[in-house]
Design a protein around this ligand. Structure first.
Ligand code: PBG
Length: 308
């Protein structure tokens, strides 16, 4: 009877696996604060991606870690940059059998670790960054990404990327807008995952965690600029925001079950304090119950196998 009247579905196709690929590695490098997650080599990325797709996940979100960084994050735009090379690898391996997504943000590629370029005072320059995002987005579409994920919270980023894509004939490349992204402590382990160079914080561009009304404004702006899907991030401390977004969004809503949310459960489970599988499925089901159509989660492949 519980099955008969259950209100919330959790299916493999609703899960998106974020993956990391690093330049110049001979073997995968474990990320200590995210047990079970690694920085892949190009080779192991390909294998792990195929396994995840075979397990039934709905999509992959790729992040690249370059060997060299500079102030402009030029490795992000370079067609031979690690992220673009790996996108090409995955698209030729997987074709259209999954939805291939790319992180469209400079923070992995800049030597200061910010999501954009800096002005003379060392503050992120929103409009100068937009021009680079447009070039980065086109490079990723050319490398085979089906979906771009602008995650840098620059104002106007969705519109600028949309126009740049359309101008060069990539009108079918979609945009998953990180519309609502809070300045969160839960990104901690991700900083290790991408070897982030950031000092300080992202408070000049990410949202104040106490604000809900602002989230709806961010969402509406991205919709007006042409977002095909929108995202709320993080997920667990922001279930109310996911709900509010789902209530008004005319496009699919994604939620990112981020690195710190993953690390908390893994650490507790490793100590025997939580039943790992039950906890993971409860986390994911609760994010779906709040209203997310799609969930980005480092458990995507494993959970997909459990759910199958
Ligand atoms: C920025 C970006 C971040 C994450 C995804 N994209 C880090 C940040 O904004 O500081 C975090 C993902 C996670 O914590 O799992 N490109």
């Amino acid at each position: 009877m519980r099955r008969l009247v259950s209100e919330t579905t959790l299916r493999p196709r609703q899960l998106i696996l974020p993956m990391f690929v690093a330049e110049g590695l001979d073997a995968p490098r474990p990320i200590a604060s995210m047990p079970g997650v690694v920085q892949h080599t190009r080779d192991t990325l390909r294998k792990a991606a195929v396994e995840a797709v075979n397990a039934g996940v709905g999509g992959l979100m790729l992040f690249g870690i370059p060997e060299k960084r500079d102030a402009q994050g030029s490795g992000a735009v370079d067609e031979n940059g690690i992220l673009n090379v790996a996108l090409r690898d995955l698209r030729s391996e997987l074709g259209d059998s999954t939805v291939l997504m790319a992180d469209t943000c400079l923070d992995e590629f800049t030597d200061h670790g910010h999501c954009g370029v800096l002005d003379a005072d060392g503050v992120v320059d929103n409009d100068a960054t937009l021009r680079l995002y447009a070039d980065m987005g086109v490079a990723q579409a050319e490398a085979g990404a089906h979906v771009l994920g602008p995650s840098g919270m620059m104002d106007g980023q969705v519109g600028v990327i949309r126009r740049a894509l359309d101008e060069v004939g990539h009108s079918e490349t979609a945009i998953l807008a990180y519309s609502v992204k809070y300045a969160s402590a839960f990104y901690g382990p991700f900083r290790e995952a991408v070897d982030s160079q950031l000092k300080g914080d992202r408070k000049t561009y990410q949202q104040d965690l106490g604000n809900a009304r602002e989230a709806m404004r961010e969402l509406e702006l991205d919709l007006a600029e042409g977002a095909d899907m929108v995202m709320v991030k993080p997920a667990l401390s922001y279930l109310d925001i996911i709900k509010a977004a789902a209530d008004i969004s005319p496009v699919p809503v994604a939620a990112y079950n981020i690195s710190g949310e993953y690390a908390m459960v893994e650490a507790a489970a490793a100590n025997g304090w939580l039943d790992r599988e039950r906890t993971v499925l409860e986390v994911l089901t609760s994010i779906r119950r709040a209203g997310a159509d799609l969930i980005l989660t480092y458990w995507a492949a494993e959970a997909a196998a459990w759910l199958d």
